[in-house]
Design a protein around this ligand. Structure first.
Ligand SMILES: Nc1ncnc2c1ncn2[C@@H]1O[C@H](COP(=O)(O)OP(=O)(O)OP(=O)(O)O)[C@@H](O)[C@H]1O
Length: 468
C-alpha cells in the first residue's frame, strides 16, 4: 500500500513501520480496546516514511482515535522510524448504497438502513457513568477570540446554570473550529462543579448506532432510561441525523423528555438549524428554540494566540514572529493550525534546531505549496464561465435565462465545495445575492449530480481543472 513504486525492500520496510507500531500497541493496550480501535485501521506509509496516512471508518471513530490514540501512535512511529513522522487521519471512502426511496420500508429495514455504513464500535455504551468526556478539552485550553466569543460565553453560562437559559444550545460552524472542544468544555466544567451530574457526550453517529442496537436487542426501555435520565446531553454533529427517520424520532423523544425535566441539551452542527437537510421540521424548530450561536474561523490574532498557547502546552516557546508567519499561512481552521504546529515541533526536535521562521518554512514546505495553489471563488467563476461559454460578468448579473442561471448555480456549488467561504460570503461574491439563494443552488446541484451522469461528469472535469 505504498505510493509510487519504490524498490520492494524499501516498500517492505515502510509497511513494517506501521506493523511494528501496531504490534507495540497490541502489547500496551487492553485486548478489547486494541481490537475495537487499532486493529481495523488501514494505513499507508508515504513520502519515504515521513507521513503515515490512516484510514478510519467514520467520523466518530476518527475523533476518538485523534483524542485518545493519535499522540501515542505518533510517538511510537517516530521512535521506530528514528525521525519525525506526521500521522494523518482521514475518513475511509464509503460505498454509497443505492437506496430505493420509493419502496415503502418495514420498520426493521428502516432501522437497519440507519446503521452507519461501517458499524460504529460496540463499546463503550452510554450508561450514565461513562460520560465520554475528553478531559483535555476545557475552557482553560480554549483560546477566546471574536470568532468564538459568543459561543464560549453561552457555553460557560450553560455550564454554570444548567437547565436555565439557552436550552437547547445549538452551536454551528465549519470543520475544525472548536465546536467539539466547546461541548467537552461544558461537560468538564459541570463535572468539576458537580461530580455526580449525569453527563453524556456523544457523536450523532454513535447515537444512531445506539438506536439501532436497542432496536435489534429490543432494549428500548434501557435506551430510554439511559438517555432520558441525563442532566446534560452533549451531542456532536447532528447533521448526521439526516434521513435517519427512526433516530430522529428517538432523538425527538429524548429531547422532549430532557427539556421537560429541565436537563440541558447542547448540540453542534456544520450548519444552522434551518440549513439542515433531510431532518424533520418539528426537530429543526426544536433545535432553534433555545439559543443558536456560530463559531467563525479564527482571525489572525486568535490564530497566533492559539499557536503560542498550544506550543506552551508542549513545553515549547514559539516566538511571536514565527506564530504570525504560520498563522498568516494557515488560515482555514484550528485543526490545520495544530497540524502545522506538530510538524514544526517535530522538525525542530529531530534536527535539534531552534524554532525560527526559516525552520517553519522548511517544516511546512508541502503545506505552503498547497496553500499557494488554493482555489478562489474568482477562479471558479472564470473557469465555469469559460467552460459553459458565458461571460464572467454573468456570474454577478441578475440575468435569469437557464443558459446563464445554471452555470452560475454550478459555480456557487463549486465555491461551497472547494473553498472555505461561508454561504453569505459566496452570495456577496456573486453580485450580492442572499445566502438562501446560494444554499438553494448548492442543494439543487448536489441533488441533480447524484442523478444526472452528464452533470456529474461536467462537475468532475471542472473540479479537476480547478484543483490543477
Ligand atoms: N479556540 C481554540 N483554542 C484552542 N484550541 C482550539 C480552539 N478551537 C479549536 N481548537 C482545537 O482545534 C481542534 C479542532 O477542534 P474541534 O475538534 O473542536 O473542531 P470541530 O469544530 O468540532 O470540528 P469538526 O466539525 O471537524 O468535528 C481541537 O484539537 C481543538 O482543541
Amino acid at each position: 500500500m505504498i505510493e509510487g513504486t519504490p524498490p520492494a525492500s524499501h516498500a517492505e520496510a515502510q509497511a513494517d513501520l506501521w506493523d511494528a507500531c501496531v504490534e507495540r500497541l497490541a502489547q500496551e493496550m487492553p485486548e478489547q480496546q486494541f481490537n475495537t480501535w487499532i486493529r481495523p485501521l488501514a494505513a499507508r506509509v508515504i513520502d519515504g516514511g515521513e507521513r503515515v496516512q490512516v484510514a478510519v471508518a467514520n467520523r466518530f471513530k476518527m475523533d476518538w482515535i485523534r483524542a485518545q490514540y493519535a499522540g501515542r501512535l505518533t510517538a511510537l512511529l517516530e521512535e521506530l522510524a528514528g525521525r519525525p513522522v506526521a500521522l494523518e487521519l482521514a475518513l475511509a471512502p464509503r460505498e454509497s448504497p443505492a437506496r430505493q426511496a420509493s419502496t415503502p420500508r418495514s420498520l426493521q429495514d428502516q432501522v437497519l438502513a440507519e446503521l452507519p455504513e461501517v458499524a460504529a464500535p460496540a463499546e463503550p455504551v452510554a450508561d450514565g457513568q461513562k460520560h465520554r468526556l475528553n478531559t483535555a478539552l476545557t475552557f482553560a485550553t480554549l483560546v477566546e477570540g471574536s470568532a468564538n466569543r459568543m459561543a464560549r460565553a453561552a457555553a460557560m453560562h450553560v455550564a454554570g446554570s444548567l437547565g436555565q437559559l439557552y436550552n437547547p444550545l445549538f452551536i454551528y460552524g465549519g470543520v475544525g473550529l472548536g465546536k467539539t472542544h466547546l461541548v467537552h468544555a461544558i461537560g468538564n466544567q459541570l463535572l468539576a462543579d458537580k461530580p455526580h451530574a449525569k453527563i453524556l457526550y456523544i457523536h450523532a453517529e454513535q447515537f444512531v448506532s445506539d438506536v439501532v442496537k436497542s432496536y435489534q436487542r429490543k432494549t428500548f426501555d434501557e435506551f430510554k432510561a439511559r438517555y432520558h435520565s441525563l442532566d446534560l446531553l452533549l451531542i456532536d454533529d447532528v447533521q448526521f441525523f439526516a434521513n435517519k427517520e427512526r433516530t430522529q424520532e428517538e432523538f425527538f423523544n429524548a429531547f422532549e423528555a430532557l427539556l421537560a425535566k429541565k436537563s440541558h441539551i447542547v448540540m453542534t452542527s456544520d450548519t444552522y438549524p434551518k440549513g439542515l437537510v433531510d431532518i424533520h421540521e418539528r426537530l429543526v424548530s426544536r433545535f432553534d428554540s433555545g439559543l443558536t450561536v456560530a463559531i467563525e474561523p479564527p482571525e489572525l490574532e486568535m490564530r497566533v494566540a492559539i499557536l503560542i498557547n498550544k506550543a506552551e502546552v508542549e513545553h515549547t516557546t514559539m516566538p511571536e514572529e514565527v506564530a504570525f508567519f504560520v498563522a498568516k499561512n494557515v488560515r482555514s481552521n484550528v485543526r490545520e493550525l495544530e497540524g502545522a504546529l506538530r510538524k514544526i515541533l517535530a522538525y525542530s526536535r529531530f534536527n535539534q534546531k531552534e524554532i525560527s521562521i526559516q525552520l517553519a518554512r522548511e517544516a511546512l514546505r508541502d503545506l505552503l505549496s498547497i496553500q499557494n495553489r488554493q482555489i478562489s471563488v474568482e477562479n471558479i467563476q472564470k473557469t465555469v464561465a469559460d467552460y459553459y461559454k458565458i461571460k464572467v460578468a454573468d456570474m454577478y448579473s441578475k440575468k435569469r435565462p437557464a443558459s446563464i442561471a445554471r452555470p452560475r448555480q454550478i459555480a456557487m456549488f463549486l465555491a461551497k465545495e472547494l473553498t472555505q467561504k461561508s454561504l453569505p460570503e459566496i452570495g456577496e461574491l456573486f453580485g450580492g445575492r442572499d445566502h438562501t439563494t446560494v444554499l438553494h443552488a448548492v442543494r439543487k446541484i448536489a441533488a441533480e449530480r447524484a442523478q444526472l451522469t452528464e452533470l456529474n461528469q461536467q462537475l468532475h472535469v471542472l473540479e479537476q481543472t480547478l484543483k490543477g
